[in-house]
Design a protein around this ligand. Structure first.
Ligand code: FES
Length: 98
């Protein structure tokens, strides 16, 4: 496992936020109930479409699967979810554990 700095926590007040890590596209999500962050891949677990944000919702444009914008769990097929990584807050920075 390695730790990747994503940036200062106060930069990510408007979530989901798009970030790129090692040329791959991700969303930073926040579970408001738990107060915890997650980094999730934008690659759809169905057939690899690039998940987009539409009015605060995460939607795959290829076949319309929708994902919870706080957890990345698929709303159409609950056994599926966007690949997720733990994010911790360290000295005011969001750090993904990948
Ligand atoms: S590839 Fe995303 S819904 Fe099919």
């Amino acid at each position: 496992m390695k730790e990747i700095e994503l940036g200062p926590e106060d930069r990510f007040t408007d979530l989901p936020a798009e970030v790129e890590v090692e040329s791959q596209k991700y969303w930073i999500l926040k579970n408001d109930e738990m107060g915890s962050y997650r980094l999730v891949s934008r690659k759809c677990p169905h057939a690899g479409g690039l998940v987009e944000e539409e009015s605060g919702e995460l939607v795959c444009p290829l076949h319309g699967w929708e994902f919870d914008s706080h957890t990345g769990v698929c709303l159409n097929v609950p056994s599926k979810s966007l690949t997720a990584y733990t994010v911790i807050v360290k000295d005011g920075l969001l750090v993904a554990q990948m």
